[in-house]
Design a protein around this ligand. Structure first.
Ligand code: NAP
Length: 530
């Protein structure tokens, strides 16, 4: 790994194809040592001019490219970032306390999304627009017809991201937008902006970005949404509270700006009633619980927060999970053997502590709940660390907070269920989740949970002993599948192959004489009907 990155510099913003720092000096820290790794300014930047530039130059340069050319651009971006991968990995460790496993999620995951959309886009060929496969007759003899086309929305995309995925969060939004022909202004969360900035800097240094196609705003978003108008899109990832503020912004309420939100989620894992603690399927379940609670120190929107097990196994599984979690070495990810790092900042640690104290009113603490007894590594400050924390709630029907309050850290609650009807009811108490994973070897168990719960979820991972470990994991978002959940999870949807382009496309029915409509749409890529 390249271990020579320079710390202490100012994180810049890339607006109008130019780097500038703006005023202010907010410290961005290393959560392991609390040392400042960089500073963020961002105040006083001309956001009105930045939006106008993206709208004008960005749209023009992307409109000149076909799908295949935009796909080639994504591939070049991916290859450029890949060449600096180890530098970004080190920066992710220094700015977010990432372990190598965390880096695979965020840095490698982000580059993988760019590669995925590059390969999807290459197959779309030289068109710049989609047309649906079917032409609909509108009169008796089929002389007058309609065909639906999907073209780039006429505005720009603003992407506001959470602190936990400064790479993946950036590229999973940018890739489909650029492929659709829509210029982006991305705004990373301030606490973790360093990696996002360094990635965009690598692209601008390599001069691979068409003029105005990608801008980056580091620091406070201030009046960014005030600049938006009909035709623009906002894709937000973060807390439900900020989502609610942005959703009620006049640009969204009164000016027709499209708004997509990915927010909090009380994701679950359900162990089927057919599974015994001695079985292979249980081992898969345990592996996933431990991985989900400790990867990114539990700071994943998809992390398992509620663990539902048959009531008769509650005690045995509680003891077993405590034993498994206690083996997690916590500390400085630079130290050999460390499997879990810190939370992003003292403020995030404080928020997790406050959330935990709410849950304690309904639960007992089986393990963790505080700073780990042993922190591995020299110069480790305890301020951002929280031990893997397993809670137990014995009456989940009567409890409320365990189904409502997301503690954004290595925290999950074990709870019993008596039968599948109760398990389905408990899943629904999350009021909309990104993902739940189900562990069983019985189709009827999966089927019952799917019937009761699919409508509450964006994704359901069904694990049986035959699938074994041959899946990416409960928390891994595959670009082929939709990401997003109903209700509390924000109600938005991203990715899902070409579906990920939909927020950036307008569907228009082209009506006319059959031959004319065929001529007008003959060079369009065929929309696969998703
Ligand atoms: P957050 O506090 O809501 O911030 C998210 C982003 O919004 C940051 O970039 C923040 O910028 C920005 N922001 C805050 N106020 C704003 C305003 N008035 N106008 C414009 N932008 C504004 O969330 P977070 O603490 O970064 O992330 C943690 C939360 O995100 C968790 O609840 C987690 O569940 C959720 N999350 C969801 C997903 C998903 O896909 N569903 C993925 C990851 C995380 P500053 O940093 O500059 O304040």
């Amino acid at each position: 790994m390249n271990n020579t990155v320079k710390t202490g510099a100012a994180i810049g913003s890339y607006l109008q194809d130019t780097w500038s720092n703006g005023a202010g000096k907010t410290a961005v820290i290393n959560p392991v040592t609390l040392e400042t790794v960089a500073t963020v300014g961002g105040r006083g930047l001309d956001l009105e001019a930045a939006v106008a530039y993206a709208r004008d130059h960005g749209r023009r340069s992307l409109a000149a490219l076909s799908f295949a050319q935009r796909a080639a651009l994504l591939r070049t971006m991916a290859d450029t970032l890949q060449a600096h991968r180890d530098q970004f990995a080190l920066q992710a460790r220094l700015n977010s306390g990432n372990t190598e496993g965390d880096v695979m999620f965020d840095i490698d995951g982000g580059i993988a999304v760019l590669k995925y959309y590059a390969s999807v886009g290459k197959r779309l060929g030289d068109g710049k627009r989609f047309a649906e496969a079917d032409t609909q007759p509108l009169d008796k003899d089929g002389h007058w017809v309609a065909r639906h086309v999907l073209s780039s929305v006429p505005g720009i995309a603003v992407h506001i991201n959470a602190f936990n995925f400064p790479s993946w969060g950036l590229w999973e939004k940018v890739a489909p937008a650029l492929l659709a022909g829509v210029p982006c202004i991305a705004k990373p969360a301030t606490a973790a902006a360093w990696v996002s900035e360094q990635m965009v800097r690598a692209l601008s240094d390599a001069d691979v970005l068409p003029s105005g196609s990608l801008s980056l705003l580091c620091g406070p978003a201030r009046d960014l949404l005030d600049q938006l108008d009909a035709g623009d899109t906002v894709a937000f990832t973060g807390s439900a509270e900020t989502a609610a503020t942005l959703r009620s912004h006049p640009a969204v309420l009164h000016r027709g700006v499209r708004f997509n939100a990915e927010a909090d989620s009380l994701n679950a894992a359900v162990l089927g009633p057919d599974v015994t603690p001695e079985s292979d399927t249980y081992a898969l379940f345990r592996r996933e619980i431990v991985r989900e609670m400790t990867t990114k120190a539990g700071q994943k929107c998809t992390a398992i927060r509620r663990i539902l097990v048959p009531a008769k196994h509650l005690d045995a599984i509680g003891a077993d999970l405590v034993q498994a979690l206690s083996k997690t070495a916590v500390g400085d990810p630079a130290t050999e053997g460390v499997r879990m790092g810190p939370l992003q900042s003292p403020a995030q640690r404080q928020a997790a502590t406050e959330g935990l104290s709410g849950l304690r009113a309904e639960c007992e603490v089986l393990c963790g709940g505080d700073t780990p007894e042993k922190l591995h590594g020299a110069d480790v400050k305890p301020d951002c660390f929280l031990a893997p924390t397993l809670l137990r709630c014995t009456d989940p029907d009567r409890a409320s907070l365990v189904h409502e309050q997301e503690v954004f850290g290595p925290v999950a609650t074990l709870m019993p269920y008596a039968d599948l009807a109760q398990a389905g009811g408990l899943l629904a108490r999350g009021k909309g989740s990104l993902v739940s994973s189900l562990y069983s070897d019985d189709t009827q168990v999966f089927s019952a949970l799917l019937d009761s719960s699919a409508g509450w979820h964006g994704r359901l991972l069904c694990v049986d002993s035959k699938l074994g470990k041959a899946h990416g994991g409960h928390g891994v978002v595959m670009p082929q599948c939709v990401h997003g959940g109903p209700g509390r999870a924000g109600g938005g949807q991203e990715l899902g192959g070409l579906r990920g382009l939909l927020p950036y496309l307008q569907r228009t029915a082209i009506q006319g004489q059959a031959k004319r409509v065929a001529e007008l749409t003959e060079h369009d890529a065929v929309w696969p009907g998703v």
